[in-house]
Write a protein that binds this ligand. Sequence first.
Ligand code: ATP
Ligand code: MG
Length: 332
Amino acid sequence: MSLLEVEDLTVTYGTDDGRVHAVNGVSFAIEEGINYGLAGESGSGKSTAAEAVLGLLPGNGRIDAGSVRFKGEDLLEMSADERQDVLWEEIAYIPQSAMDALDPSMSCGAQIRQAISKHRNVSTANARDRVRELFEMVGLDPDRADDYPHEFSGGMRQRVTIAMALALEPDLIVADEPTTGLDVIVQDKIVDTILDIQERIDSSLLLITHEIGVIAETCEELSLLYGGKVMEQGSVDNVLLNPTNPYTMGLKNSFPEVDDLGDDPVAIPGSPPDLGQPPEGCAFVDRCPFATEECERTHPPLVDLPNRNHRSACHHVDEAAQMRNAAGDPET
Ligand code: ATP
Ligand code: MG
């Protein structure tokens, strides 16, 4: 049994201009002890997928289909209260821009203590000790636990949100863009902190980021989303070092440090599809060098490739792989 199993997840948002098809039939599974990456360009549906999994979609969001099982139990079938318990006790969520969402009127320590006291029957003194311990764990000075959010830098605030998420020692940490907006050196330190703590408390990780370099450094498996669909999925070695999907190849060119090719980053030309009017064919068709009439007509299914733990949704998997080889990718 997987720790988290998401199947055929489909999410739309209601807007004045009609429904936005943000997540379209996404399936993935996270095994215990695995660090799993969810990547893709801005607007590809990463946060929507996470919020749907955690039952935290905004009011205009709706799950139209799919199931989400955590340790075998369907989170979507649970009452809001039951799900809330699982969320606090077993899954920790660090939302996108969490560090900017700390309550400015409360000290950081008080916010963490509040989170602990809500779910554990602990004395004030014990909660204080626990906050000091957590501060130390995430590399913050415990003597600063009573400082207010504005007294900390962005990187330090992000550490506070990590401390808060870890307070109850979850089995799964879901972190949405935990390094975005921080400078590169701080980013590396935050990633190291998450990995270090995660090893100590023995949890799994769902890391959401548009930076595939961060995923290459931290995760064993990933799914790459585009237009709310999984385009390529599997082990990091297969997907990022030997991609078969033109979208993955394009993303790799945007983040050449992924396999130390050392080239200048080249963004994928064009822009993502309008999810208010999702294309009938492949979501990537307008930006793909391999696109044919077939790609205009039908979205390719996600199919298993011959190597283990590798799936790709592309009508032209073979040609794309040939192009990659011809380009002299050192990993092939
Ligand atoms: P980013 O990297 O920018 O965080 P993302 O991959 O997390 O992007 P989402 O935020 O999940 O993407 O958005 C997926 C799609 O859903 C986008 O087209 C976005 O505009 C749309 N969307 C997100 N939230 C809402 C909302 N509350 N109402 C309507 N549309 C929304
Ligand atoms: Mg997001």
